[in-house]
Design a protein. Sequence first.
Length: 215
Amino acid sequence: MNVLLDHFAEFRNGFIGTVEITAVSSAIALVLGILVAGFRVSPVTPLRFFGTAWVTLLRNTPLTLLFLVFFFVVPEILFPGMSPFLLASLALGFYTSSFVCEAVRSGIGTVPLGQAEAARSLGLTFSQTLRLIVLPQATRTVLPPLSSIFIALAKNSAIAGAFSVTELFGWQTLMSEQGYAIGPVFAWVAVAYLVITFAISGLFRLLERNLEVAR
């Protein structure tokens, strides 16, 4: 218990940092994932090609390598001076967006084709059909896999600790360097991650109940 009580401020900051990076990167992943899923089912060939390339590239790139690209390549070429927190959030968000895209695309596939055909017969564009007709009906199907994806994202955020981002992994490293026994340190980190993952799971169960669409 002393390892927590003596360094509670650092533990609190690490916990908050993990929650913040999880929330920001989840928002990035959700927006990009839905957008790229739309590209993948688009009737426009270049958009479908872009969506396929996005998913194939990001899903087959190790997350650590993606972090290295965002921390050592992106600031040099595109956006110098970006904060480590933002760079880590972008790396996590881009990586996870490929998984979100496939979950959303699978959900879109569960909506009967007649729904889209009826929308087109009413004069709706592809984007209107997707936004107003298809995605609302796909929501119930998409939520369970999204829950697992965002829980994995929360755990993947530990990599950010190796890139000077304040989060739980950084607290664990600090405690280890100060000579505390590794068992209690990892136990408290595990408890913190359990709190975060159970919160995400509970949120999605609540969404499933409240956003269920009659089919």
